[in-house]
Design a protein around this ligand. Sequence first.
Ligand code: NAP
Ligand code: ZN
Length: 347
Amino acid sequence: MATVRALAIPAAGASVEPATVERRDPRPDDVVIDIRYAGICHSDIHQANEDWGPVIFPMVPGHEITGVVAAVGAAVTRFAVGDRVGVGCFVNSCGTCEACVAGLEQYCAAHPVATYNGRDHDGAPTYGGYSERIVVRESFVLRIPDALALDAAAPLLCAGITTYSPLRHWKVGPGSRVAVVGLGGLGHMGVQLAHALGAEVTVLSQTLAKEKDGLRLGADRYRATSDPVTFDELRGSLDFILNTVSASLDLDAYLSLLRLDGTMCNVGGPGDPQNHLAYSLIQTRRNLAGSNVGGIRETQEMLDFCAEHGIAAEIELIGAGDVNTAYERVLASDVRYRFVIDIATLA
Ligand code: NAP
Ligand code: ZN
């Protein structure tokens, strides 16, 4: 075991504070990673506040991890010391269920082992990326292409794949009329990716405050949901809505924007239930769906796609002492567009 510096949340609703965690000695198939950067996902804040149910405290959040390989176990074949690597939202899965065999480890029937606030198959609690070092099985480690900077690549490991996977699954491409709801961490990736896939992209944000940014990121249109005219203008016009909002929405209003057979996919994870009228779906055979991050194979595909298309997160790099303020700013929708912790500042 090795003791490493970290940032932890000791109890529900408490602030992030300096702490230490134990990392296991590498097993034959383990990669030891010196973490350089960790993104702050809104999911970190949901879990810190137990929005989704009870949490294992102390919790070390962080599932948008990039760093450099420090050591490898004897059986590791795909990584060597010095390689630039990433770790996303899960670090293990059963490997044998239908989903795992299909490369969809995020839907593992025995539950994927979350990178933090999880329990690994040996019963040990998992601790995430707000720390100096992590030890992860080789098959759950991603390669960061040389064209991507390690800091701006970190958010791709969650925000990037969470938006890429549904865009691919619902075959968004040239001719698709897509709306991305919420221009935060996930949303600003969704806009860039949908645009790169060839779709016509509309941002639906609470106000027009970030319109310039949205258009620069690749949106064709930017509309405020606080303006009722937006819903009249877009009624029945969209093929696909990617909802990245962290709070519950008036689903009927958004579903009304879909055309025949259109799909609204929720990736945002509010703690409260969301209701809709049966006829909001029945009327034009609309679909309401959800999507959870993405599998390891697809995550590597997304990283390579981003490198090829010059796509990365727009980040605000912060020190270890700034994380609590960053949480407040995320909750106030004051994020442009992802906070990333410079792990060197933990020292
Ligand atoms: P974020 O950076 O805070 O972005 C969320 C955006 O939603 C905000 O920037 C804001 O955009 C909009 N918003 C916030 N409150 C709102 C409200 N009350 N009404 C309408 N719009 C509101 O968060 P994130 O990190 O992108 O995460 C978004 C959600 O996705 C979270 O719930 C997170 O837990 C979840 N998530 C899910 C997955 C998955 O696999 N499904 C993965 C990662 C994260 P505007 O200012 O533009 O309105
Ligand atoms: Zn996340």
